[in-house]
Ligand binder design. Sequence first.
Ligand code: PNS
Length: 167
Amino acid sequence: MKQIKHEPSVAVCPGSFDPVTYGHLDIVTRAAEVFDKVIVAVLNNTSKQPLFTVQERVDLLKEVTKDIPNVEVDHFDDLLINYMTEKNAHVIVKGLRAVSDFEYELQMASVNRKLNEEIETFFMMSSNQYSYLSSSVVKQIARFGGPVNDLVPESVEQALRAKYSEM
Ligand code: PNS
C-alpha cells in the first residue's frame, strides 16, 4: 500500500505574471484553500519581452496577495522542476481557461512529469467570469487607455498607467 505523506503540502503557481490579473488571483486564492502553502513563482523569462521587470511583477504580486497568509511570492530562472525540488514542493498548480489552453498545458505537464515523476500538475478551471482574461489582453487594452478596472486590482491598474505614460 502506498504510504500517505503527512508533510505540509506545498504547491507552486508558476507563470510570467506580466502583470498579475484577477484571473491569476482567482487561481492563487483557490489553491491557497487547498494547499498548506502556495508559492507564486515568477519566471524570469528571457525569451519573452516583458512589460514589467521581474522585481515589479513580484512587488505587484506581493501587494495583491498580502491578505492571504499562506501565499509566498518568489521568482526563478531555472527549469520549473529544479525550482520545485529546491522548494520541496510536489504540486504545480495551473489555471485552465479554455480548450485552447489545454494542448500547451498538456505538453508542459507531460514534459515536467518526464523530468521528475514525483511532481504532479493539478489543473483548476478558471472561474467563468475570467475565462477570457489574460495578461496580454489587459496590456492591449491598457496600452490604448481602455478600462481595465474589472480585470486587474487597482495597484496593477496604476502600475500599467504609469508604465504606458513613461513610454
Ligand atoms: O505565464 P506563462 O508564461 O504561461 O508561464 C509559463 C511557465 C513559466 C509556467 C513555463 O514557461 C515554465 O515553467 N518555464 C520554466 C522552464 C521549464 O521548466 N519549462 C518546462 C520544460 S521545457
